[in-house]
Design a protein around this ligand. Structure first.
Ligand code: COA
Length: 336
């Protein structure tokens, strides 16, 4: 009995010791957090100050362009541009205030991820989320197109689409806060798609709805298929860029990445452009429908307009992205 009491007392002593150790570690942790928060603030204000100075310097270089030699002025402009980009990259690792949309949806919570690994993991999860949901949507559209013609199921599909696109806009805003270079149009494109699916959800089950239903479901099927290809391409880019970042291995691997990217892009582009023209076709079909005397539903014209905006934005942004990539490639080959 007395033996076991001694054991218990010994255990209690050890527990108390461990507890004190934990208290000490936690105290240190809070102290470091405090130090980090102070460092973040000083780093942020130093970046802001440096940015203003760079802007001033840029206008000074412009003013002195007549006095400076062409070479010097070009060199300085390049350096200013490089430093501005580097400051942007640094800023992606500092907490900052959420934009209007994130503040409205999430409130004032900090969404900045503080390490490269966390950023990569979040982007990777975003791509996987898109892929899994695309499979679900593909299956859903397939069932609605080939097997079940039931308005309630169509409404469920559109509801799922509204939820999917809204979630994407939130995730993309978080990605942008964390330094992603997603073009504004792709985020806006998801707002419009959410709106369009919402309008489709409210379209009453009349004759005109039945006429457009199959065309819309076939388009949804095709879009999900293209989305799978796009996810494959974008995950491929992500993994390859990450490997490059980790290995710091320059020319050869960068060229390897470029050639993989161009192969992927030239395979993907015809499918993308076909999808864009299908959006235009949807818009024109709905517009023709809206002009019929029997058409009383406002949804027809609104969907037609939404499809048209999607077509214009997607088509011209994709062209601009390809043009930008070609320009960069030509610049690189000139330097080599
Ligand atoms: N949705 C979400 N993110 C996108 C995106 C899109 N459509 N297009 C590009 N991005 C992201 C990239 O992942 C990258 O992110 P990161 O900075 O976090 O690494 C960033 O934007 C910059 O990408 P960029 O180099 O400009 O383009 P890309 O090579 O990744 O992709 C396209 C180019 C053309 C393949 C891509 O923009 C695309 O698929 N666009 C078409 C979308 C479309 O039309 N959909 C409807 C089909 S019917």
């Amino acid at each position: 009995m007395s033996q076991s009491l001694a054991d218990v007392l010994l255990q209690w002593e050890r527990l108390e010791e461990e507890y004190h150790n934990i208290q000490e570690t936690h105290r240190m942790y809070l102290q470091k957090l405090d130090e980090i928060s102070k460092l973040q603030k000083s780093c942020f204000s130093a970046i802001c100050l440096q940015r203003t100075k760079l802007q001033e310097m840029s206008s000074n270089v412009k003013k002195c362009s007549k006095v400076l030699s062409k070479e010097n002025s070009l060199e300085m402009k390049d350096k200013i541009k490089m430093q501005t980009n580097a400051l942007l990259e640094m800023e992606a690792f500092l907490p900052r205030k959420n934009g209007l949309y994130l503040s409205l949806v999430l409130g004032n919570v900090n969404v900045t991820l503080l390490s490269k690994q966390l950023k990569f993991a979040y982007k990777d999860e975003y791509e996987k989320f898109k892929l899994y949901l695309t499979f679900v949507l593909l299956l859903f559209s397939f069932i609605c197109y080939f097997f079940v013609s039931y308005r309630f199921l169509d409404a469920l599909l559109n509801f799922l689409l509204v939820w999917y696109y809204c979630t994407l806009t939130i995730r993309e805003s978080i990605l942008i806060t964390n330094g992603s270079r997603i073009k504004g149009w792709w985020v806006f494109h998801h707002y419009i798609s959410a709106f369009l699916s919402g309008v489709m959800l409210t379209w009453p089950d009349g004759n005109l709805y039945k006429v457009f239903r199959n065309q819309f479901l076939a388009y949804s099927l095709y879009q999900s298929f293209v989305q799978c290809l796009q996810c494959y391409y974008q995950s491929g880019c992500l993994y390859r860029l990450r490997a490059l970042g980790e290995r710091h291995n320059m020319d050869l691997t960068v060229e390897g990445f470029q050639s993989w990217m161009w192969k992927g892009l030239t395979f993907l582009l015809p499918f993308l452009f076909f999808g864009h023209f299908w959006q235009l076709f949807n818009s024109l079909s709905l517009f023709r429908m809206a002009r019929l005397p029997v058409c009383t539903e406002w949804q027809v014209l609104v969907c037609s307009l939404s499809f048209f905006i999607l077509f214009m934005g997607n088509f011209f942004t994709t062209l601009a992205v390809v043009h930008q990539k070609l320009k960069k490639r030509n610049q690189k080959t000139k330097i080599l």
